[in-house]
Design a protein around this ligand. Structure first.
Ligand SMILES: NC(=O)c1ccc[n+]([C@@H]2O[C@H](COP(=O)([O-])OP(=O)(O)OC[C@H]3O[C@@H](n4cnc5c(N)ncnc54)[C@H](OP(=O)(O)O)[C@@H]3O)[C@@H](O)[C@H]2O)c1
Length: 283
């Protein structure tokens, strides 16, 4: 039985589906009871619902699991305490393998949601448990709302300069690798950077959207103050907005990308391009 913690999010749903697609027995941990049916439809045999702050829920979720995939929520201030609690129950339950969903370049102190993952990685090194760490780049699927907007308006709006160079990764490729390292031997102690092959300016992203949509799309800069005001109105919390603004500043100043060699080796093929992912999303 493989336990996926944080299974109802964007990442977890794809990891559960990839594991179930290989015929693996999956137990999904979700926060809300309303999410149980969704996870069952994705192929989870068992679903455990509850808050991370509930130690009995975590202990119950880990009982009988031989592997754990740990996904903390995006921009989650309590990531270190969640990881510490999971490691404790994993040790008590005798779990044979733990895979942590980290992020590309967690050493980036300027981005708090990356930096918080360095501490969790170090916790794994000290844990004595058999661990593997995955460090994915930003997902290409994050662009789907902007793709829909561009289909209507002809503009791809970003809160940083359109010359900003970013590397992304297909979340389906990440889920395929997650399923491999959870089910194959030989990945213990490994830290794998997962990045796609392209490093694109936002003007090039707009051109890729144009090709997928069959209409002209131009990249346009959105003022970060306007972006933050809009994000607040849409209900995003203070910490998330401030963290994302810091991420945009970092992106604009330095760019952000990794190397695709490790992902290609793990997949045994070339990772998906942005054009392929956007075509898939417009089908
Ligand atoms: N997005 C990217 O491009 C990217 C790239 C690389 C790495 N990552 C990393 O991937 C991870 C997962 O991101 P994601 O967007 O897939 O996750 P997410 O949707 O933010 O969160 C996953 C799940 O955690 C649940 N949750 C939140 N707080 C909880 C609590 N207190 N108790 C129990 N459950 C709780 C959420 O429940 P609800 O559904 O009820 O909200 C959600 O279903 C993050 O750590 C992120 O840093 C993301």
């Amino acid at each position: 039985m493989i336990l996926v913690i944080g299974a109802a999010g964007k990442t977890g749903q794809r990891v559960v589906a990839a594991l179930a697609g290989q015929g693996m027995l999956v137990r999904a941990q979700v926060r809300r009871r309303e999410q149980v049916d969704l996870l069952r439809r994705l192929g989870a045999q068992e679903v455990v619902a509850g808050e991370f702050a509930d130690p009995a829920m975590l202990a119950n979720a880990c009982t009988g699991a031989n592997a754990i995939y740990l996904i903390a929520p995006n921009m989650y201030r309590e990531e270190a305490s969640l990881a510490a609690a999971v490691l404790e129950v994993a040790r008590a339950a005798g779990v044979a393998r733990i895979v942590y969903h980290s992020v590309l370049h967690p050493q980036t102190e300027e981005m708090p949601h990356h930096w918080s993952k360095v501490g969790v990685e170090a916790m794994l090194f000290r844990s004595g448990l058999p661990f593997t760490i995955l460090q994915p780049a930003a997902y290409m699927q994050n662009l789907v709302p902007q793709l829909r907007n561009a289909a209507e308006t002809g503009f791809y709006r970003v809160p940083y300069a359109t010359a900003t160079r970013l590397g992304m990764v297909d979340l389906e490729d990440v889920a395929e690798v997650a399923a491999k390292v959870l089910t194959q031997d030989g990945h213990e102690g490994a830290t794998y950077e997962l990045a796609g092959t392209e490093v694109l300016t936002q003007d090039q992203v707009a051109a890729t959207m144009s090709a997928a949509l069959g209409r002209r799309v131009s990249a346009e800069v959105q003022d970060r103050v306007d972006w933050a005001a809009h994000a607040h109105r849409a209900g995003l919390g203070e910490y998330a907005v401030a963290t994302l603004v810091r991420m945009f500043e970092y992106y604009e100043r330095y760019g952000f990308w990794g190397n695709s060699f490790v992902l290609s080796c793990l997949l045994g093929r070339r990772p998906s391009s942005l054009g392929e992912v956007l075509e898939r999303e417009t089908r």
